[in-house]
Design a protein around this ligand. Sequence first.
Ligand code: GTP
Ligand code: SPV
Ligand code: MN
Length: 589
Amino acid sequence: MTNNKTVLSWIDEMAAMCAPDKIVWIDGSDEQRDALRAEAVSTGEMIKLNQEKLPGCYYHRTAENDVARVEDRTFICTPTKEEAGPINNWMDPAEMYAKLKALYKDSMKGRTMYVIPYSMGPVGSPFSKIGIELTDSIYVVLNMLIMTRVGTKVMDVLGDSPEFVKCLHAKKDVNPEERYIVQFPQDSTIWSVNSGYGGNVLLGKKCFALRIASYLGKNEGWMAEHMLILGLENPKGEVKYICAAFPSACGKTNLAMLIPPKYLKEKGYKVWTVGDDIAWLRIGPDGRLYAVNPEAGFFGVAPGTSEKTNYNALAATKKNTIFTNVAINNDDMTVWWEGLDKNPPENATEWKGSKVNGKTYEGKLAHPNSRFTAPAVNCPCISSEFENPAGVPVSAIVFGGRRAKCAPLVYQSRDWQHGVFVGATMASETTAAATGAVGVVRRDPMAMKPFVGYNMADYFAHWLEMGKKIDPEKAPKIFHVNWFRQDENGEFMWPGFGDNMRVLLWILDRCEGKADAVDSPIGYLPKADDIDVTDLDIDRKTLESLLSIDKDVWLEDVANAKEYFAQFGDRLPVEIKEELEKLEANLKK
Ligand code: GTP
Ligand code: SPV
Ligand code: MN
């Protein structure tokens, strides 16, 4: 497929270490994909689902100990610890390479090494970057074929260039004690071993498109962010684009594919999906910020996805989709998960593989982090700009997380610097997307805590720097939202999902200077009258409470943020410190 000397000698070196029986290049053809599907079914790696109801759909179950990203086993191996910063795991690159080489040695004996050339972003776009993943897992190959643009066309664009990200994955024996997800930013290299799950092994996603790409972006003057991209079309047919950063399992896929409430739909409002997880942002020739989705598919959380909550995501999973760790309905070989409907299959296989009666089973039939891998082209609301190599112009940036008490439904930052501070002070309750405790509040700046490929303090500085380069007249306005505020009984106060559109409309109105706001200690808050609640069953008191802030809770949060920022020492940009002091003073006024 190529004469590229850098590529060929790197593959030789990796093959000498891993010792596969054979090497197979992935060309991106349907024939090869179909043959791999058949092979995976014959070995039991994948299960064929009902091909009438779910054409091209397959099922995969991972090891019980291997169901989410492993943040404590994820490393950023820069030459010095300072470059990786205080919140990333770090090890000296030479030491890490030596440790991993021992693990990779002969790990592919008796197995095939697949070579996957892939493009993050439309093939050949100036936004795009190329990676090559070597893996011994057909599951990884089939997922990468959905999540990225793969094959000969990518090698044609690469030509003789040595500029590609070198990704190596060996499933080995999925031993959690020896599992490593390692980024070497200076070498554009990613090594993953002993996992077979999602973000740990689909190396184009979090490892490349966020960790390595954030490092490249810092050096090259662009940004890689954990953000969805959506286009909101008004009844006049004008489309405005919004990027939103929420931590894992906090609602990006849902917001990206939102269906407006009935009365807004009837007026002619529509939402178009450009991306649901990652955005690469560059300043265009006109001084505006533009966004591209580097991915080609959705690796979405299954539980909670239903016709009602996310019709578009569900529709996207009806063909050529891989389901991981959901439950199987053995009567008709379809899939089920909590929240799909109120009718769990009687004749079920739960995610760990036991046959159970789903109607009476007490445990979860699907793992809380079970996922679908669906091609973006399947999505009924995929944007016509999805393949636009120049990206879409960004009007607003939205940060958000799960905050039971602190953050109001929505507020706007005063300017770019304050907006960067709002992103930097983000916090959220942890979810099942990563191993570890669920529901614990942790600071997660810009939803990038697990994904920043260098020192987080320098990342804040890069955000501030980017703000200076964007034409101030055209700079996106920055907001914060919280769909997850709870009342005294622990119930969500805001209906969420499609009704989040009501908040997006206030956001876009603010961008155009059309909506009112009240100045508060934390930024601009909407007045209760400014959120359109037509047809919505919400009382005035609840709405007012959603838009209010409790100063004592906020002062506690300020103290927590101050402690958090202290770990960055002198590297923390003074602007962030100034904003924190301003916020504290405002709250004490
Ligand atoms: P990653 O793929 O891990 O990055 O997750 P994500 O940010 O795309 O989250 P996703 O949209 O998959 O939602 C995760 C969970 O949050 C699902 O169980 C959803 O049902 C739930 N959720 C999403 N939006 C809302 C909302 O507006 N309100 C409430 N209460 N729950 C929501
Ligand atoms: C996330 O955890 O943010 C995901 C899923 O999008 S994974 O690809 O596993 O990182
Ligand atoms: Mn994500």
